[in-house]
Design a protein around this ligand. Structure first.
Ligand code: GBH
Length: 449
Protein backbone atom coordinates (compact mmCIF):
# COMPACT_ATOMS: atom_id res chain seq x y z
CA UNK A 1 0.00 0.00 0.00
CA UNK A 2 1.34 3.40 -0.96
CA UNK A 3 2.15 6.04 1.66
CA UNK A 4 -1.11 7.50 2.94
CA UNK A 5 -3.17 4.72 1.37
CA UNK A 6 -5.89 2.62 3.00
CA UNK A 7 -6.92 -1.01 2.44
CA UNK A 8 -9.75 -1.83 0.05
CA UNK A 9 -13.14 -1.73 1.77
CA UNK A 10 -11.93 0.62 4.48
CA UNK A 11 -15.03 2.16 6.07
CA UNK A 12 -15.01 5.94 5.64
CA UNK A 13 -17.53 7.67 7.82
CA UNK A 14 -18.63 10.62 9.87
CA UNK A 15 -20.25 10.72 13.30
CA UNK A 16 -22.91 12.63 15.21
CA UNK A 17 -24.99 12.12 18.37
CA UNK A 18 -28.73 12.49 18.95
CA UNK A 19 -28.83 15.31 21.49
CA UNK A 20 -26.18 17.25 19.60
CA UNK A 21 -28.06 17.43 16.29
CA UNK A 22 -31.70 16.32 16.43
CA UNK A 23 -33.61 19.12 18.20
CA UNK A 24 -37.39 18.45 18.21
CA UNK A 25 -37.15 17.58 21.88
CA UNK A 26 -40.91 17.73 22.39
CA UNK A 27 -41.89 15.94 19.21
CA UNK A 28 -42.79 12.38 18.36
CA UNK A 29 -43.57 11.52 21.95
CA UNK A 30 -39.97 11.97 23.13
CA UNK A 31 -39.45 12.03 26.88
CA UNK A 32 -37.15 14.36 28.77
CA UNK A 33 -33.45 13.48 29.00
CA UNK A 34 -30.88 14.53 31.57
CA UNK A 35 -29.36 16.83 28.97
CA UNK A 36 -32.65 18.68 28.54
CA UNK A 37 -32.81 19.17 32.30
CA UNK A 38 -29.13 20.12 32.60
CA UNK A 39 -28.98 22.52 29.65
CA UNK A 40 -32.12 24.28 30.89
CA UNK A 41 -30.56 24.78 34.31
CA UNK A 42 -29.06 28.29 34.46
CA UNK A 43 -25.26 28.40 34.44
CA UNK A 44 -24.66 24.89 33.13
CA UNK A 45 -23.95 25.56 29.45
CA UNK A 46 -22.25 28.42 27.66
CA UNK A 47 -24.77 31.23 26.99
CA UNK A 48 -27.52 28.94 28.28
CA UNK A 49 -27.49 27.02 25.00
CA UNK A 50 -29.71 23.93 24.80
CA UNK A 51 -30.37 21.14 22.31
CA UNK A 52 -34.00 22.22 21.83
CA UNK A 53 -33.45 22.94 18.13
CA UNK A 54 -29.79 22.03 17.60
CA UNK A 55 -29.31 21.28 13.86
CA UNK A 56 -32.98 20.43 13.42
CA UNK A 57 -31.82 17.12 12.02
CA UNK A 58 -35.06 15.49 13.18
CA UNK A 59 -36.78 17.39 10.37
CA UNK A 60 -33.87 17.66 7.97
CA UNK A 61 -32.51 14.11 8.01
CA UNK A 62 -33.40 13.56 4.35
CA UNK A 63 -31.33 16.52 3.21
CA UNK A 64 -28.56 15.52 5.58
CA UNK A 65 -28.39 12.00 4.15
CA UNK A 66 -28.30 13.51 0.66
CA UNK A 67 -25.21 15.47 1.67
CA UNK A 68 -23.67 12.31 3.13
CA UNK A 69 -24.13 10.64 -0.20
CA UNK A 70 -22.57 13.56 -2.01
CA UNK A 71 -19.62 13.30 0.34
CA UNK A 72 -19.26 9.65 -0.62
CA UNK A 73 -19.55 8.37 2.96
CA UNK A 74 -19.54 4.59 3.23
CA UNK A 75 -20.89 4.72 6.78
CA UNK A 76 -22.65 7.06 9.17
CA UNK A 77 -22.38 6.80 12.95
CA UNK A 78 -25.33 8.28 14.84
CA UNK A 79 -26.91 7.66 18.21
CA UNK A 80 -30.43 6.79 19.23
CA UNK A 81 -32.11 8.96 21.84
CA UNK A 82 -33.25 6.48 24.49
CA UNK A 83 -36.06 8.86 25.61
CA UNK A 84 -37.50 8.77 22.08
CA UNK A 85 -37.82 4.99 22.35
CA UNK A 86 -38.78 4.76 26.04
CA UNK A 87 -39.97 8.22 27.14
CA UNK A 88 -39.97 7.06 30.77
CA UNK A 89 -36.80 5.00 30.32
CA UNK A 90 -38.73 1.75 30.74
CA UNK A 91 -42.20 0.35 30.32
CA UNK A 92 -44.00 0.88 27.07
CA UNK A 93 -42.01 1.78 23.94
CA UNK A 94 -43.08 4.83 21.94
CA UNK A 95 -43.88 3.84 18.33
CA UNK A 96 -43.25 7.35 16.93
CA UNK A 97 -39.79 7.36 18.42
CA UNK A 98 -38.49 4.30 16.67
CA UNK A 99 -40.31 5.36 13.49
CA UNK A 100 -37.91 8.30 13.17
CA UNK A 101 -34.90 5.99 13.19
CA UNK A 102 -36.61 3.66 10.73
CA UNK A 103 -37.08 6.58 8.34
CA UNK A 104 -33.43 7.53 8.80
CA UNK A 105 -32.36 3.91 8.13
CA UNK A 106 -34.53 3.93 4.99
CA UNK A 107 -32.73 6.99 3.66
CA UNK A 108 -29.31 5.58 4.50
CA UNK A 109 -30.17 2.32 2.81
CA UNK A 110 -31.28 4.12 -0.37
CA UNK A 111 -28.03 6.07 -0.28
CA UNK A 112 -25.96 2.90 0.20
CA UNK A 113 -24.55 4.15 3.51
CA UNK A 114 -23.99 1.67 6.34
CA UNK A 115 -25.43 2.69 9.69
CA UNK A 116 -23.34 2.47 12.85
CA UNK A 117 -25.72 2.91 15.77
CA UNK A 118 -24.69 4.05 19.23
CA UNK A 119 -27.28 3.18 21.87
CA UNK A 120 -26.11 5.60 24.55
CA UNK A 121 -24.50 8.93 23.77
CA UNK A 122 -25.28 10.56 27.13
CA UNK A 123 -29.02 11.30 26.97
CA UNK A 124 -30.41 9.23 29.84
CA UNK A 125 -34.19 9.48 30.27
CA UNK A 126 -34.76 11.95 33.12
CA UNK A 127 -37.29 9.54 34.64
CA UNK A 128 -34.45 7.09 35.27
CA UNK A 129 -32.28 9.86 36.71
CA UNK A 130 -35.12 10.55 39.13
CA UNK A 131 -34.86 6.93 40.25
CA UNK A 132 -31.12 7.22 40.89
CA UNK A 133 -29.56 7.30 37.41
CA UNK A 134 -26.35 5.45 36.55
CA UNK A 135 -25.08 5.34 40.15
CA UNK A 136 -28.07 3.05 40.78
CA UNK A 137 -27.58 -0.54 39.61
CA UNK A 138 -31.11 -0.88 38.28
CA UNK A 139 -30.31 1.55 35.45
CA UNK A 140 -27.97 -1.06 33.94
CA UNK A 141 -30.88 -3.50 33.61
CA UNK A 142 -33.11 -0.82 32.12
CA UNK A 143 -30.41 -0.12 29.52
CA UNK A 144 -30.21 -3.82 28.72
CA UNK A 145 -33.99 -3.92 28.19
CA UNK A 146 -33.82 -0.91 25.89
CA UNK A 147 -30.90 -2.43 23.97
CA UNK A 148 -32.65 -5.79 23.61
CA UNK A 149 -35.75 -4.04 22.30
CA UNK A 150 -33.65 -2.19 19.71
CA UNK A 151 -31.92 -5.40 18.58
CA UNK A 152 -35.30 -7.07 18.20
CA UNK A 153 -36.71 -4.17 16.24
CA UNK A 154 -33.79 -3.04 14.08
CA UNK A 155 -31.38 -5.95 14.33
CA UNK A 156 -31.87 -6.94 10.70
CA UNK A 157 -30.96 -3.50 9.43
CA UNK A 158 -28.00 -2.44 11.53
CA UNK A 159 -24.58 -3.94 10.76
CA UNK A 160 -22.76 -2.23 13.66
CA UNK A 161 -24.00 -1.55 17.18
CA UNK A 162 -22.09 0.45 19.78
CA UNK A 163 -23.43 0.07 23.31
CA UNK A 164 -21.83 3.11 24.93
CA UNK A 165 -19.97 6.22 23.92
CA UNK A 166 -17.14 7.15 26.30
CA UNK A 167 -18.11 5.71 29.68
CA UNK A 168 -15.20 7.68 31.18
CA UNK A 169 -16.84 10.98 30.23
CA UNK A 170 -20.25 9.91 31.54
CA UNK A 171 -18.74 8.76 34.84
CA UNK A 172 -16.23 11.49 35.52
CA UNK A 173 -17.56 14.60 33.77
CA UNK A 174 -21.16 13.73 34.61
CA UNK A 175 -20.73 12.60 38.22
CA UNK A 176 -17.37 13.83 39.54
CA UNK A 177 -16.49 17.19 37.96
CA UNK A 178 -20.14 17.99 37.16
CA UNK A 179 -19.34 19.62 33.79
CA UNK A 180 -21.87 17.34 32.10
CA UNK A 181 -25.36 16.11 32.96
CA UNK A 182 -26.45 15.16 35.54
CA UNK A 183 -23.92 17.60 37.03
CA UNK A 184 -22.95 15.75 40.22
CA UNK A 185 -19.81 16.25 42.31
CA UNK A 186 -19.74 12.84 43.91
CA UNK A 187 -16.68 10.64 43.20
CA UNK A 188 -18.24 7.53 44.72
CA UNK A 189 -21.24 7.98 42.41
CA UNK A 190 -18.78 8.33 39.52
CA UNK A 191 -17.26 4.92 40.19
CA UNK A 192 -20.63 3.29 40.63
CA UNK A 193 -21.61 4.85 37.31
CA UNK A 194 -18.53 3.44 35.60
CA UNK A 195 -19.31 -0.01 36.91
CA UNK A 196 -22.97 0.13 35.93
CA UNK A 197 -22.17 1.44 32.46
CA UNK A 198 -19.77 -1.46 31.95
CA UNK A 199 -22.25 -3.92 33.40
CA UNK A 200 -25.00 -2.59 31.15
CA UNK A 201 -22.66 -3.01 28.19
CA UNK A 202 -22.11 -6.65 29.19
CA UNK A 203 -25.82 -7.27 29.63
CA UNK A 204 -26.52 -5.74 26.22
CA UNK A 205 -23.85 -7.87 24.53
CA UNK A 206 -25.36 -10.93 26.20
CA UNK A 207 -28.83 -9.99 24.92
CA UNK A 208 -27.38 -9.43 21.45
CA UNK A 209 -25.78 -12.88 21.39
CA UNK A 210 -28.87 -14.66 22.67
CA UNK A 211 -30.28 -17.00 20.10
CA UNK A 212 -27.09 -16.62 18.08
CA UNK A 213 -28.92 -15.38 15.02
CA UNK A 214 -27.83 -11.74 14.82
CA UNK A 215 -26.25 -10.58 11.61
CA UNK A 216 -24.60 -7.46 12.92
CA UNK A 217 -21.55 -6.84 15.06
CA UNK A 218 -21.43 -5.24 18.49
CA UNK A 219 -18.80 -3.25 20.34
CA UNK A 220 -18.20 -0.28 22.61
CA UNK A 221 -16.51 3.08 22.11
CA UNK A 222 -13.94 4.44 24.58
CA UNK A 223 -12.21 7.81 24.62
CA UNK A 224 -8.54 6.92 24.96
CA UNK A 225 -5.52 9.19 25.27
CA UNK A 226 -1.86 8.47 25.78
CA UNK A 227 -0.75 9.99 29.07
CA UNK A 228 2.80 11.28 29.19
CA UNK A 229 4.80 12.49 32.19
CA UNK A 230 5.96 16.12 32.13
CA UNK A 231 9.48 14.94 33.01
CA UNK A 232 11.43 11.74 33.56
CA UNK A 233 11.13 12.07 37.34
CA UNK A 234 9.68 9.03 39.13
CA UNK A 235 6.96 11.27 40.64
CA UNK A 236 5.79 12.53 37.26
CA UNK A 237 5.92 9.03 35.82
CA UNK A 238 3.79 7.73 38.67
CA UNK A 239 1.33 10.59 38.12
CA UNK A 240 1.09 9.66 34.43
CA UNK A 241 0.42 6.03 35.38
CA UNK A 242 -2.41 7.12 37.64
CA UNK A 243 -4.07 9.27 34.99
CA UNK A 244 -3.64 6.45 32.47
CA UNK A 245 -5.15 4.20 35.13
CA UNK A 246 -8.29 6.27 35.24
CA UNK A 247 -8.86 7.39 31.64
CA UNK A 248 -7.70 4.26 29.84
CA UNK A 249 -7.11 1.24 32.09
CA UNK A 250 -10.18 1.68 34.32
CA UNK A 251 -12.27 0.78 31.27
CA UNK A 252 -9.93 -1.35 29.15
CA UNK A 253 -8.91 -3.74 31.92
CA UNK A 254 -12.45 -4.81 32.91
CA UNK A 255 -13.48 -5.14 29.26
CA UNK A 256 -10.48 -7.12 28.06
CA UNK A 257 -8.93 -8.61 31.23
CA UNK A 258 -11.98 -9.05 33.41
CA UNK A 259 -10.66 -6.99 36.35
CA UNK A 260 -10.18 -3.39 37.41
CA UNK A 261 -6.48 -2.37 37.51
CA UNK A 262 -5.09 -3.30 40.93
CA UNK A 263 -2.89 -0.25 41.44
CA UNK A 264 -5.91 2.01 40.84
CA UNK A 265 -8.25 -0.04 43.01
CA UNK A 266 -5.74 0.46 45.78
CA UNK A 267 -5.33 4.16 45.01
CA UNK A 268 -9.03 5.05 44.80
CA UNK A 269 -9.97 2.57 47.51
CA UNK A 270 -8.02 4.72 49.98
CA UNK A 271 -10.12 7.76 49.03
CA UNK A 272 -13.67 6.55 48.43
CA UNK A 273 -15.85 3.47 48.66
CA UNK A 274 -15.62 1.51 45.40
CA UNK A 275 -18.56 -0.57 44.18
CA UNK A 276 -18.42 -4.29 44.64
CA UNK A 277 -17.33 -6.00 41.43
CA UNK A 278 -18.51 -9.58 41.65
CA UNK A 279 -17.09 -12.35 39.49
CA UNK A 280 -20.42 -12.57 37.70
CA UNK A 281 -20.31 -8.87 36.84
CA UNK A 282 -16.74 -9.09 35.61
CA UNK A 283 -17.56 -12.10 33.44
CA UNK A 284 -20.42 -10.21 31.82
CA UNK A 285 -18.29 -7.12 31.30
CA UNK A 286 -15.41 -9.02 29.72
CA UNK A 287 -17.44 -10.98 27.16
CA UNK A 288 -15.91 -10.83 23.72
CA UNK A 289 -16.88 -7.86 21.60
CA UNK A 290 -16.74 -7.90 17.81
CA UNK A 291 -14.80 -4.65 17.65
CA UNK A 292 -13.58 -1.78 19.78
CA UNK A 293 -14.30 1.85 18.88
CA UNK A 294 -11.73 4.49 19.77
CA UNK A 295 -12.38 8.21 20.04
CA UNK A 296 -9.11 10.06 19.79
CA UNK A 297 -8.58 13.80 20.05
CA UNK A 298 -5.37 14.46 21.96
CA UNK A 299 -2.90 13.29 24.61
CA UNK A 300 -2.43 14.32 28.22
CA UNK A 301 0.78 15.60 29.74
CA UNK A 302 0.81 15.46 33.54
CA UNK A 303 2.95 16.50 36.48
CA UNK A 304 2.94 15.26 40.05
CA UNK A 305 1.01 17.62 42.34
CA UNK A 306 0.48 16.44 45.91
CA UNK A 307 -1.99 19.28 46.52
CA UNK A 308 -4.58 17.73 44.22
CA UNK A 309 -6.53 15.14 46.18
CA UNK A 310 -7.95 12.76 43.61
CA UNK A 311 -4.97 11.83 41.44
CA UNK A 312 -2.20 14.01 42.89
CA UNK A 313 -1.47 15.46 39.53
CA UNK A 314 -1.91 18.49 37.36
CA UNK A 315 -2.33 18.60 33.63
CA UNK A 316 0.13 20.76 31.72
CA UNK A 317 0.12 22.01 28.15
CA UNK A 318 2.05 19.94 25.64
CA UNK A 319 4.30 21.86 23.24
CA UNK A 320 2.20 21.33 20.12
CA UNK A 321 -0.33 23.73 18.59
CA UNK A 322 -3.83 23.76 20.13
CA UNK A 323 -7.29 23.51 18.65
CA UNK A 324 -10.00 25.92 19.79
CA UNK A 325 -10.81 23.49 22.63
CA UNK A 326 -7.28 24.05 23.94
CA UNK A 327 -6.41 20.43 23.10
CA UNK A 328 -2.92 19.82 21.77
CA UNK A 329 -2.68 18.57 18.19
CA UNK A 330 -0.75 15.31 18.64
CA UNK A 331 -1.27 12.85 15.76
CA UNK A 332 1.39 10.40 16.99
CA UNK A 333 -0.88 9.66 19.96
CA UNK A 334 -3.43 8.02 17.69
CA UNK A 335 -0.85 5.47 16.60
CA UNK A 336 0.40 5.01 20.14
CA UNK A 337 -3.07 4.16 21.40
CA UNK A 338 -4.03 1.86 18.54
CA UNK A 339 -0.77 -0.10 18.70
CA UNK A 340 -1.09 -0.48 22.45
CA UNK A 341 -4.64 -1.79 22.13
CA UNK A 342 -3.62 -4.38 19.59
CA UNK A 343 -0.53 -5.45 21.51
CA UNK A 344 -1.81 -5.39 25.08
CA UNK A 345 -5.60 -5.71 25.01
CA UNK A 346 -7.33 -7.21 22.02
CA UNK A 347 -6.85 -8.73 18.60
CA UNK A 348 -10.37 -7.62 17.67
CA UNK A 349 -10.85 -5.18 14.80
CA UNK A 350 -10.62 -1.52 15.78
CA UNK A 351 -12.50 1.48 14.48
CA UNK A 352 -11.66 5.13 15.00
CA UNK A 353 -15.20 6.17 15.90
CA UNK A 354 -14.33 9.85 16.45
CA UNK A 355 -11.47 12.14 15.51
CA UNK A 356 -11.63 15.79 14.63
CA UNK A 357 -11.07 19.36 15.74
CA UNK A 358 -12.86 22.59 16.61
CA UNK A 359 -11.66 25.81 15.01
CA UNK A 360 -13.32 29.24 14.91
CA UNK A 361 -14.81 28.93 11.42
CA UNK A 362 -16.53 31.80 9.66
CA UNK A 363 -18.21 32.19 6.31
CA UNK A 364 -16.03 34.30 4.00
CA UNK A 365 -17.44 37.01 1.77
CA UNK A 366 -17.18 34.55 -1.15
CA UNK A 367 -19.56 32.23 0.72
CA UNK A 368 -16.90 29.58 1.40
CA UNK A 369 -15.63 28.36 4.76
CA UNK A 370 -11.85 28.05 4.69
CA UNK A 371 -10.64 25.71 7.42
CA UNK A 372 -7.01 24.85 6.62
CA UNK A 373 -6.23 24.02 10.27
CA UNK A 374 -8.91 21.34 10.33
CA UNK A 375 -7.67 19.87 7.05
CA UNK A 376 -4.14 19.76 8.47
CA UNK A 377 -5.39 18.11 11.66
CA UNK A 378 -7.33 15.46 9.75
CA UNK A 379 -4.55 14.90 7.23
CA UNK A 380 -1.91 14.33 9.90
CA UNK A 381 -4.12 11.94 11.88
CA UNK A 382 -5.04 10.00 8.74
CA UNK A 383 -1.39 9.74 7.71
CA UNK A 384 -0.64 8.33 11.15
CA UNK A 385 -3.59 5.94 10.82
CA UNK A 386 -2.44 4.71 7.45
CA UNK A 387 1.01 3.92 8.95
CA UNK A 388 -0.59 2.08 11.86
CA UNK A 389 -2.59 -0.09 9.48
CA UNK A 390 0.44 -0.74 7.31
CA UNK A 391 2.16 -1.90 10.51
CA UNK A 392 -0.46 -4.61 10.95
CA UNK A 393 -3.02 -3.11 13.35
CA UNK A 394 -6.51 -4.11 12.10
CA UNK A 395 -8.26 -0.74 11.96
CA UNK A 396 -11.27 -1.18 9.69
CA UNK A 397 -12.82 2.28 9.58
CA UNK A 398 -12.58 5.96 10.46
CA UNK A 399 -15.39 8.27 11.54
CA UNK A 400 -14.69 11.92 11.50
CA UNK A 401 -16.18 14.06 14.28
CA UNK A 402 -18.30 15.61 13.10
CA UNK A 403 -20.45 15.59 10.02
CA UNK A 404 -21.75 19.03 10.95
CA UNK A 405 -21.33 21.73 13.57
CA UNK A 406 -23.54 20.93 16.53
CA UNK A 407 -24.34 21.35 20.23
CA UNK A 408 -20.94 20.88 21.83
CA UNK A 409 -22.30 19.97 25.29
CA UNK A 410 -21.29 22.47 27.98
CA UNK A 411 -19.75 24.68 25.27
CA UNK A 412 -23.06 25.01 23.50
CA UNK A 413 -22.84 26.20 19.89
CA UNK A 414 -19.62 28.14 20.47
CA UNK A 415 -17.41 25.29 19.23
CA UNK A 416 -17.61 24.04 15.66
CA UNK A 417 -16.34 20.51 14.92
CA UNK A 418 -18.19 19.98 11.62
CA UNK A 419 -16.95 19.59 8.09
CA UNK A 420 -20.30 21.13 7.25
CA UNK A 421 -20.83 24.62 8.64
CA UNK A 422 -24.27 25.09 10.18
CA UNK A 423 -25.72 28.57 9.91
CA UNK A 424 -28.02 28.19 12.91
CA UNK A 425 -30.48 31.02 12.16
CA UNK A 426 -31.31 29.50 8.74
CA UNK A 427 -30.11 25.92 9.40
CA UNK A 428 -28.26 26.09 6.08
CA UNK A 429 -25.40 23.57 5.78
CA UNK A 430 -22.34 24.99 4.02
CA UNK A 431 -19.54 22.72 2.88
CA UNK A 432 -16.29 23.76 4.54
CA UNK A 433 -13.11 23.27 2.55
CA UNK A 434 -12.50 20.21 4.76
CA UNK A 435 -15.69 18.62 3.44
CA UNK A 436 -14.50 18.92 -0.16
CA UNK A 437 -11.12 17.62 0.94
CA UNK A 438 -12.63 14.63 2.80
CA UNK A 439 -14.66 13.74 -0.27
CA UNK A 440 -11.42 13.49 -2.25
CA UNK A 441 -9.81 11.35 0.46
CA UNK A 442 -12.75 8.93 0.39
CA UNK A 443 -12.72 8.80 -3.38
CA UNK A 444 -8.96 8.14 -3.52
CA UNK A 445 -9.04 5.81 -0.48
CA UNK A 446 -5.89 7.66 0.46
CA UNK A 447 -4.77 10.89 2.07
CA UNK A 448 -4.65 13.59 -0.59
CA UNK A 449 -3.21 17.09 -0.62
C1 GBH B 1 -16.41 13.44 22.34
O1 GBH B 1 -16.04 13.67 23.64
C2 GBH B 1 -17.87 13.19 22.31
O2 GBH B 1 -18.15 11.83 22.06
C3 GBH B 1 -18.64 14.07 21.37
O3 GBH B 1 -19.99 14.02 21.67
C4 GBH B 1 -18.06 15.46 21.44
O4 GBH B 1 -18.82 16.40 20.72
C5 GBH B 1 -16.67 15.41 20.89
O5 GBH B 1 -15.91 14.46 21.55
C6 GBH B 1 -15.93 16.74 20.94
O6 GBH B 1 -15.74 17.17 22.23
O7 GBH B 1 -10.79 16.84 29.11
O8 GBH B 1 -8.49 17.31 29.64
O9 GBH B 1 -9.31 15.06 29.69
C7 GBH B 1 -14.68 13.93 23.83
C8 GBH B 1 -14.36 13.96 25.29
C9 GBH B 1 -12.38 15.19 25.12
C10 GBH B 1 -12.67 13.57 26.84
C11 GBH B 1 -10.93 15.22 25.39
C12 GBH B 1 -11.22 13.59 27.11
C13 GBH B 1 -9.28 14.92 26.94
C14 GBH B 1 -8.92 16.26 27.41
N1 GBH B 1 -12.95 13.94 25.49
N2 GBH B 1 -10.69 14.87 26.73
S1 GBH B 1 -9.41 16.37 29.08
Amino acid sequence: MAEGGFPPGFLWGAATAAYQIEGAVDEGGRGESIWDRFSHTPGKTRDGDTGDVACDHYHRYRDDVRIMRELGLAAYRFSVAWPRIFPEGRGRPNPDGVAFYERLLDELEKAGIQPVVTLYHWDLPQALQDRGGWPHRDTAYRFADYAAWMFERLGDRVPYWITHNEPFVVSILGHVTGEHAPGLNDPAAGFRTAHHLLLSHGLAVQAFREGGRRKGRIGITLNLSPVHPASGSPEDEAAARRVDGLINRWFLDPLFRGAYPEDMVEHFGRLIPLPEASEDDMRLISQDVDFLGVNYYSRQVVRHDPGELFLQMRQIDGPGPKTEMGWEVYPAGLGEILRRLHEAYTKAPLFVTENGAAYPDTVSPDGAVHDPDRIAYLRDHLLELSRVIAGGVPVQGYFLWSLMDNFEWAHGYSKRFGILYVDYPTQRRIWKDSAYWYRRVIEANAVVE
